[in-house]
Ligand binder design. Structure first.
Ligand code: FES
Length: 511
């Protein structure tokens, strides 16, 4: 068994990749609905609409299930950190209750679907716990416990957790769940295809011609004309709602380890910032393992990303002891100004273009809410959660404060531009080292691979011109503004950027 943190990132869920390959789009087509983005939100939406008798085309810029869904910890829960007191303050009691009910109904939908389709996906009901190891944060949990009471949420404040974590206090929400997300989606995708749905991979949508019959346009200038478009692309790949100013990206890290001590079950999340910790059990090869997550930070801002894994490793070692490491991976989450996702019609004016984004770290339930809600909108049925999640809402508070902070941050990154401070020469890069480098007076991104070959890219993000930063944990270039990510050769791994980073040629003496 491996006793070191794995060198290269790979999520357990994709080992092996459970999905068949699908072709890329090769001709213009017509359909009822185009769903863009084949993660849990896109696949569930496509499946539900196909069940309604709609003709659906599902497209993805990469491979099915390889985005955020493939990098989750796959907790299905309505316990989203401390959120309910904040929701009551900013949205009112009725909307805060709606938020809880929406998430619990998503959990119920997943559970029912697993039973109906007999899906073997390691689904297990578990209690969810928030906790703090800091006396100063006990009051936050007490306030959240009161919000639970106000909203009729089952759960209670506690002094002691089932797992010893050095806790000063905890808050349980019983009967939540966890599963293997890609095994679940594999069956939904099979059902979708058997209902006549079409899937195209490696098909990047770059534009939409709006109208009564909108047309989705791909990078190869192929067109799919339809009645409705649903964008489940994490960051919307077509932005007419100023989402670039209303979302920011966070990264966090996960280690899959085999513990020395027996893990007692339960899903745990610390509320202590910045030392967030997330725990859940997972069965790998019939044996108990633990997913240890945390170390969230804004994308492209932070220390060398490998250090985050090392901090989690130390935490796991102190908590359970480690017999072996199996996997490591990182996740990127998008967060809205008021922490509630944007789900529904993109704007009041765009009646047949829908988006689902900003799930924070709670993509399993919020993706499912998106699929149920958008299906109802397309089928012209009422949905009780339409108002809460509408993307065109404007909550002045706390949006305003957060917007100012986030936008200052983005503005700072834009202004920093090419006048960064710290530059190496490309020839100084060691094997498997990446860094911002100076080439002919220009700020560039450089990476020397393990064969010694250099890969130099223009470090200006092709979305809106921020400067990308090196992520050594994943060997990627990450943009701090809206979370685009690029390979060492500049290819887009994750949008909103659609075009690769420019390649930079080097003279022999610069290598
Ligand atoms: Fe928007 Fe890079 S993702 S500028």
């Amino acid at each position: 068994m491996n006793s070191q943190i794995p060198i290269y990132p790979e999520p357990y869920w994709r080992d092996p990749n459970p999905f068949p390959e699908f072709p890329n789009l090769k001709e213009d087509l017509k359909t009822d609905v185009v769903v863009v983005g084949a993660g849990i939100a896109g696949i569930t939406t496509a499946y539900l609409l196909a069940k309604e008798g709609k003709n659906i085309i599902l497209v993805d810029a990469g491979r099915v299930g390889n985005g955020t869904t493939g990098h989750t910890t796959a907790k299905i829960t309505a316990q989203h950190d401390v959120i309910y007191d904040e929701l009551i303050q900013h949205f009112g009691t009725a909307e805060a209750e709606s938020y809880y009910l929406a998430n619990m109904s998503a959990k119920k939908f997943i559970e029912n679907t697993i039973h109906q389709l007999a899906i073997d996906c390691d689904f297990k009901q578990e209690d969810a716990y928030l906790y703090t190891i800091d006396d100063a944060n006990k009051a936050k949990l007490e306030t959240e416990a009161k919000a639970y009471q106000t909203l009729g949420i089952k759960g209670s404040y506690m002094d002691k957790l089932p797992l010893e974590l050095g806790e000063k206090a905890g808050l349980v929400m019983p009967s939540q769940a966890r599963f293997h997300p890609l095994r679940y989606l594999q069956k939904l995708l099979d059902e979708f295809v058997s209902l006549g749905g079409k899937v195209f991979e490696n098909t990047t949508v770059v534009d939409i011609e709006e109208g009564h019959h909108p047309t989705v346009i791909t990078r190869e200038n192929l067109k799919i004309t339809c009645q409705d478009v649903v964008l489940c692309t994490h960051f919307p790949c077509y932005d007419k709602g100023a989402f670039f100013a209303r979302l920011h990206a966070d990264r966090s890290y996960v280690l899959a380890i085999k513990p020395e001590k027996v893990y007692p079950g339960g899903m745990y999340l610390s509320i202590d910032s910045p030392a967030t910790r997330s725990l859940r059990e997972v069965t790998i090869n019939g044996e108990q393992h633990v997913l240890v997550g945390g170390q969230s930070h804004k994308t492209g801002k932070g220390v060398c990303t490998m250090q985050h894994y090392e901090v989690l490793e130390q935490f796991a070692r102190d908590t359970f002891g480690i017999k072996a490491y199996l996997y490591r991976w990182s996740a990127q989450d998008l967060i809205t100004l008021d922490k509630v996702p944007y789900i529904g019609r993109m704007t009041e004016k765009h009646r047949n273009i829908y988006i689902a984004t900003g799930f924070r770290k709670w993509g399993m339930s919020h993706s499912t809410i998106s699929a149920l809600l958008i299906t109802d909108l397309i089928m012209e049925r009422p949905n009780p959660y339409e108002k809460l999640y509408t993307p065109s809402r404007f909550q002045a508070d706390p949006s305003l404060r957060n917007a100012v902070v986030q936008n200052l941050d983005v503005a700072g990154t834009l202004l920093a531009g090419k006048v960064g401070l710290t530059f190496k020469e490309p020839k100084d890069l060691a094997k498997d080292e990446g860094a911002v480098v100076m080439v002919d007076g220009q700020r560039c991104g450089g990476y020397r691979d393990s064969d010694g070959d250099l890969h130099i890219v223009d470090s200006t993000c092709t979305h809106m011109g921020c400067e990308v930063e090196w992520n050594h944990g994943d060997r990627t270039w990450d943009c701090p503004c809206h979370g685009s990510r690029f390979s060492t050769d500049g290819e887009v791994i994750e949008g909103p950027a659609e075009r690769p980073l420019g390649k930079v040629a080097l003279e022999v003496e610069q290598r």
